[in-house]
Design a protein around this ligand. Sequence first.
Ligand SMILES: NC(=O)c1ccc[n+]([C@@H]2O[C@H](COP(=O)([O-])OP(=O)(O)OC[C@H]3O[C@@H](n4cnc5c(N)ncnc54)[C@H](OP(=O)(O)O)[C@@H]3O)[C@@H](O)[C@H]2O)c1
Length: 243
Amino acid sequence: MKKIIINGASGKMGKLACEIIPQQEDLILAGKAGRNDNLAKIIQSSHADIVVDLTRADCVFQNALNIIENNAHPVIGSSGLTQDQIRQLTQLCEVKNLGGIIVPNFSIAAVLMMQFAEKAAQYLEDVEIIEAHHAQKIDAPSGTALKSAELIAAARKKVQTPIDEMESIPGARGGKHHGIAIHSLRMAGFLAEQRIVLGNLGETLTITHTNIDRIAYMPGLLLACRKVSELNGLVYGLEYIMD
Ligand SMILES: NC(=O)c1ccc[n+]([C@@H]2O[C@H](COP(=O)([O-])OP(=O)(O)OC[C@H]3O[C@@H](n4cnc5c(N)ncnc54)[C@H](OP(=O)(O)O)[C@@H]3O)[C@@H](O)[C@H]2O)c1
């Protein structure tokens, strides 16, 4: 039986995780934490094995350090970690010999979207990403968009020849990550959606993932809780534990 703490327990994702975990026979909800709690003390007093972080981009790094320093396995669902922060956390997990996972998207279908895009990017030269989220999301672009760009960039065989673009409004062509433009929408009407648009001479391929309910994240979150203690160090992406 694995003991789990949810950090960010009163948030939208946190509340759902706190409902779902007690319904599992092999997992125990050992504690809930929020902005005004001392996470280290809660980890120590509950002897938790795992902390799932579902907080915010502006505190996730500090939370992750705290979790690892207190020898609990981190399952980081919050978005907003920078590449440098991920490197630091990876090193710390290595030193502590602790398994952990950062999951930019707990949705199984979203992971499949990224894998399909990786395959398509081997054949279609031009790629851009359009992601859309609810208006309360503070960070942009989404962790999923960043991860998608990284996977696609690594899979591409040819890169489009850059031309000298002229933006009359800065940002009109999106923000670039690993050479791939990402366009972020934040508005009512969306929960989470991502379109990966690939272009070739005379044709386009659009791969779209649409999330209409946060329940879609729960199977991946439970999977991460079940597998994280078996991991060797810190991994980035649900695909590491899906097969
Ligand atoms: N990986 C995925 O698949 C996935 C899916 C959806 C969302 N997310 C990410 O998960 C995070 C949570 O999303 P959400 O929609 O649940 O957001 P939310 O409703 O705003 O919840 C965030 C929660 O974190 C709490 N919090 C803020 N600062 C904290 C701190 N320093 N320590 C502990 N708790 C703190 C907030 O408390 P207050 O209310 O007091 O501020 C709130 O309860 C976001 O980063 C989001 O981007 C990831």
